[in-house]
Design a protein around this ligand. Structure first.
Ligand SMILES: Cc1cc2nc3c(=O)[nH]c(=O)nc-3n(C[C@H](O)[C@H](O)[C@H](O)COP(=O)(O)OP(=O)(O)OC[C@H]3O[C@@H](n4cnc5c(N)ncnc54)[C@H](O)[C@@H]3O)c2cc1C
Length: 406
């Protein structure tokens, strides 16, 4: 990193969370250094599915998701580059009483925030997305016309590029080492080029977040798990503006991609990733994938997406998103170390949350408060629980497994 060895804020990690935070800080005139151990914006973020979802049962999340979805839709006008947002809308289908209740709860929260969301009949759903066959057992299908999908590789990269244009100092291939502290507050970050003095550090290190915090003696309740998707070869009749389809109980999602369909889902027993055991320099590109997990999910839902039974897989990818024990992200101050903030625990929804998460966190850092108030997402909500690693892992895995049922 050229130039000065001091910074107003050091952001560790240039994935969607860190890059958005750095951009929003730079936009407000803060002196920011953005560090990444690898190439910028190169790890889990570009491997996502790129779905947005506005319907969330927790009001603070529904507000952030609404703001974030609109920011992604208007990314080009604010950031000068597109993320390829397609306002396809989304369908969510429930097949059990509990799923139906959950679906209604999400629609109610959307209505309370004036987000257009409605129930549609199975015939309407099939007209909107002809590759989706809801079947006779479906109990309810929700439709949110303002949802959409985008090119995941362009989100963090777009924030990084704009942050740089606004004066943020970008440092790829620069792992953050020890967090320096004195009398209970952050004073700097060690890198291979020496110390950067700062009074504010944001830990947005994705799967490595807990490892970065542990170096400062802080335990964060975060567990990375493997999540995967595949994209088929082109399929006749599949169109970009056909809605995303999610099945609640099976917890799978399907959308258009490159003329074919993108399919991903949440199995019962995900691979838990031990990021603490990764060697220095480990790259998510080396994460072992298993197409069998996705094939088993396709077998389960084949009657609803018959075309997936025979479609050829053109691309298979995956990453290591980070789960929390309650399925919500961790955003905000970290008690016990003044000036230390975290933006992580994406729970496989961080790409589409990042514009609002970064904006709110930047406001919290610069103003001491944000709108919406991020207190419900603060790590303090866990209040020292999950001291046992086994209990923490079990709780995080439970949140991942069949995620749409929680
Ligand atoms: C298959 C798949 C599908 C998904 N689908 C969606 C979706 O449809 N919608 C959605 O919103 N989300 C989705 N996600 C989740 C989404 O990818 C994550 O929420 C998002 O990428 C999280 O970003 P991040 O910034 O936390 O992590 P990352 O993108 O992994 O960024 C963290 C960065 O920190 C850096 N870092 C780590 N340690 C250090 C260190 N010591 N020093 C310097 N740098 C460091 C890393 O190199 C990395 O670049 C999906 C994920 C996967 C894998």
């Amino acid at each position: 990193m050229a130039g000065s060895r001091t910074a107003g804020v050091v952001v560790i990690g240039s994935g969607a969370f860190g890059a958005s935070t750095a951009y929003h800080l730079a936009r407000r005139g803060a002196d920011v250094v953005l560090l990444d151990q690898h190439a910028l914006a190169s790890q889990t973020s570009p491997r996502a599915a790129g779905l947005t979802s506005k319907a969330d049962t927790l009001p603070v999340m529904a507000r952030l998701r609404d703001e974030a979805c609109e920011a992604l839709a208007h990314f080009e006008s604010e950031m000068g580059r597109s993320v390829g947002f397609h306002r396809s809308g989304s369908l969510k289908a429930a097949y059990t009483e509990a799923g139906e209740a959950r679906l209604h709860q999400g629609l109610d929260t959307a209505h309370a925030l004036s987000i257009d969301a409605e129930l549609v009949s199975p015939a309407q759903a099939e007209r909107l997305a002809p590759h989706f066959k809801p079947g006779a057992a479906v109990r309810a299908i929700g439709h949110v016309p303002s949802d959409g999908w985008l090119d995941p590789a362009k989100v963090a990269a777009g924030f990084v590029a704009r942050a740089g244009e606004l004066g943020a100092r970008l440092s790829p291939f620069t792992p953050a080492g020890e967090l320096l502290q004195s009398e209970g507050r952050v004073t700097g970050v060690m890198t291979k080029d020496g110390e950067i003095s700062t009074r504010v550090v944001v830990d947005a290190a994705g799967a490595w977040t807990a490892r970065v915090a542990a170096a400062a003696g802080i335990a964060l309740p975060l567990v990375p798990v493997r999540h995967q998707l595949f994209v088929t070869e082109p399929i006749a009749g599949v169109e970009p503006l056909q809605p995303i389809v999610r099945l609640l109980e099976a917890s799978v999602y399907v959308r258009y991609e490159q003329g074919g369909l993108l399919f991903g889902g949440y199995e019962d027993h995900p691979l838990v990733v031990d990021a603490a055991a990764w060697p220095p320099g480990f790259d998510i590109a080396r994460l072992e994938l298993d197409l069998g997990v996705l094939r088993a999910l396709v077998d389960e839902v084949g009657e609803h997406f018959p075309v997936l039974r025979t479609a050829r897989v053109a691309l298979h990818r995956g990453g290591a998103p980070t789960m929390t024990p309650d399925g919500r992200p961790v955003l905000g101050r970290v008690p016990g170390l003044e000036g230390f903030y975290v933006a992580s625990g994406c729970c496989v929804g961080g790409l589409s949350l990042s514009p609002a998460a970064g904006r709110a966190l930047a406001d919290l850092i610069l103003d001491g408060k944000s709108d919406p108030d991020l207190t419900p997402l603060s790590v303090e909500r866990f209040a020292g629980a999950w001291a046992s690693p086994a209990a923490l892992e079990a709780a995080c895995v439970a949140q991942y497994a069949r995620k749409y049922t929680h």
